[in-house]
Design a protein around this ligand. Sequence first.
Ligand SMILES: [Mg+2]
Length: 252
Amino acid sequence: MTPRSRAAAFPSVTASGVTLSREVGGVIFDLDDTLIDHRGSARQALRRWLPELGVTPTDELVAAWFGAEERHFATYSSGDITYGEQRRRRLRQFLPAAGLVPGDDDELDDLFAGYLVRYRASWITYDDVGPAVTTLHRSGISLAVLTNGVADQQHAKVASTGRADLLGPVFTAEELGVAKPDPEAYLMVCRHLGLPPSSVVHVGDRYDLDVEGARAAGLQAIHLDRRGTGPLDEPARITSLDQLSSRGPADS
Ligand SMILES: [Mg+2]
């Protein structure tokens, strides 16, 4: 049985979205680009920060920023470098594309701090988060957040959604000591919720980390494909949290 055919059996999928069965006791949300519009926030931050460096924030430069982020954050998540070093590596890759010369580590840290101020001021919560989280909470489903980011920043992001009370506990890779797609990351959250992995659904934007990784650990998974990047043949695929509904827990 392939992962995708296993996903089709549970939860149920219709043309209008995905309905969680009564056997689902918990939902774990990814954070960046799932609850918080990380890419939109970063784009807005770059539009404010780059002109301060005398640089025009073109589409090419924004793409270069995300390219450097994806590459070096993945190295951090694999445990090969520190969080601070991934920030420096991102700048060392990005600055030459912007016509700037990278300085030493201290200068890079100061520069990144300037970006972070703009980034934190730009955090955007998706409009569909509040209604979806409220509906699931009222259904009696336990909620949690699992993110590969660092603790301080990710807890602050969840607080910025205004729904931290409903979203439940927040687990970061930094605090867990393991990152998605390590199966232990998902399983530690399931253990905290007191639920078997098969009764927990992970929801997120990254197909590799939030869908394939979760299923490999024994959880159910739903792909929140907000950007329409696919895979389009994934049965448990939604493009908005508005398409996620619940029949309520088994004992309701
Ligand atoms: Mg994400």
